[in-house]
Write a protein that binds this ligand. Structure first.
Ligand code: ATP
Ligand code: MG
Length: 445
């Protein structure tokens, strides 16, 4: 992408309304635009990051055996009357009437709809286990939308729903999602901690929230520090095997959100030097709620015993749009965002100096741009006729991890300059080995 032809509306000033760093940086870097309270347009740079996050979420859901579909954003109120949640959900639900005066709503979650789909098609335990998910916009009329896309009213969520014959099967489904979540957040460069959590309006007994520690987080959390640096299962993990030991290793250690915190238990179970009380951002939430919806909505399957059984269910959410903010909270400095490679909107930024005066700089930059693009690397070429200082500052603000400076001085000796967004110093490398040099840097992370 050529910056001269891109749409990157960078703001000079720090927007006064933004209280936390991720919101400030997203506005300044031209990633989002507020259209109404808690409702945002995703500008090109923001959209690229969100798509990367979405794809990682998708890959890990698929790896864990979940199956993607897409349910609509609008739902019929009658479905929610069946589960008796239509009235219970209260003012957070956006209610709409169509031209025939039928009650619709903008979905805040999809337990009812997915249960309706399930009961329409699945009759036998032989079709189980089944886990259906989608990545779709939700609307919750939050009383206090704030922190930009972190607590929006319209937001993108991945929500998965598992169906099993019995509680033991449902537990295995829960465990698969638990491990998928650990992997998902780790791939985005985040350290997430699963914590015992309240189930809220979704209902049920067993529930964990996945929390990313950050001072600006809305949740107060308590945990054993050991949890923070525990290694995450790699891609060879067997989702059909017994995941229980892997999960126990974590859930045996104390970790709870405020609602589930027990100060006395915390003190007995965790030695003082390992006690952590901190703020955190909820990026995911998993629930096992058994037959709550299948009973209300009569979703049954025939078991091996020939009898009908209410299907055992769980639901599993990830805040896809919230993650964009959470990653920035976890990875930035005074100059701007520092994207982890896996979610960076572009991998490499080329910063030519005086491109519009020096043919040598222009030609080298254009050639390198074509070469990297052809190699499948996502490159942003800063071909604008602006001062080098502006280019450097904006490259840092938007957080592209790998930067190459092309200048006359270096080219005289056949050199270009490389700097990782995190590094303090630049290094020189031979201009004619640029592709190999960068490929190595990209592989290195
Ligand atoms: P919260 O406690 O933050 O209000 P929740 O418990 O109501 O969230 P869930 O129903 O568990 O949310 O939704 C799954 C995930 O969707 C959450 O873990 C969070 O990452 C994300 N999410 C929920 N509400 C919002 C929101 N208003 N804006 C952005 N993301 C959200
Ligand atoms: Mg939650």
């Amino acid at each position: 992408m050529r910056l001269s032809r891109y749409f990157l509306p960078i703001l000079k000033d720090t927007p006064a309304e933004a209280q936390i760093v991720s919101h400030r940086l997203m506005l300044r870097a031209g990633m989002i635009r507020q259209e109404a309270a808690g409702i945002y347009a995703w500008l090109p740079l923001g959209l690229r990051v969100m798509k990367k996050i979405e794809q990682i979420v998708r890959e890990e859901q698929n790896r864990a055996g979940a199956v993607e579909l897409l349910m609509p954003t609008l739902q019929q109120a009658d479905l929610w009357r069946e589960s008796e949640r239509y009235d219970d959900y209260g003012k957070e639900m956006l209610r709409i009437k169509d031209r025939h005066e039928r009650d619709l709503l903008y979905g805040p979650t999809n337990e009812e709809m997915v249960t309706e789909i399930f009961r329409a098609y699945v009759r036998s335990y032989k079709s189980l286990p089944l886990n259906l998910y989608h990545i779709q916009w939700k609307f919750r009329d939050e009383i206090r939308p704030r922190f930009g896309i972190m607590r929006g009213r319209e937001f993108l969520m991945k929500d998965a729903y598992s169906f099993d014959l019995d509680p033991a099967g449902a537990r295995r489904a829960y465990n698969r999602m638990f491990v998928a979540y650990l992997r998902t957040f780790a791939r985005m460069g985040l350290k997430s901690v699963p914590m015992r959590a309240d189930t809220g309006p979704i209902g049920g007994e067993l529930s964990h929230e996945f929390i990313v520690l950050a001072d600006t987080g809305e949740s107060q959390v308590y945990c054993d520090k050991t949890l923070i640096d525990m290694p995450v299962p790699d891609e060879t993990v067997d989702f059909d095997g017994d995941l229980e030991p892997l999960i126990r290793a974590r859930t045996d250690l104390y970790a709870a959100t405020e609602e589930k915190h027990d100060a006395a238990e915390f003190e007995t179970r965790v030695p003082e030097d390992r006690r952590l009380s901190a703020r955190g951002i909820e990026v995911g939430h998993i629930f096992y709620f058994g037959t709550k919806y299948s009973k209300a909505m009569k979703a049954v399957v025939a078991g091996p015993d020939g009898q009908d059984h209410f299907v055992e269910m769980g639901s599993y959410g990830i805040g896809v749009s919230r993650l964009v903010g959470a990653i920035i909270e976890a990875s930035h400095d005074e100059a701007g965002i520092i994207w982890p490679d896996a979610v960076a909107p572009f991998q490499v930024i080329l910063t030519p100096i005086n491109m519009h005066k020096s043919t040598r700089v222009a030609e080298t930059s254009e050639k390198l741009y074509r070469q990297l693009t052809a190699a499948g690397i996502e490159v942003l070429l800063d071909d604008r006729d602006v001062r080098p200082g502006v280019k450097f500052a904006e490259a840092e603000l938007i957080g592209i991890p790998h930067r190459v400076v092309i200048g006359d001085r270096g080219l005289e000796a056949g050199k270009l300059e490389y700097r990782h967004r995190r590094a303090a110093e630049s290094v020189e490398f031979a201009s004619d080995e640029a592709l190999a040099f960068l490929q190595e840097r990209l592989r290195g992370r």
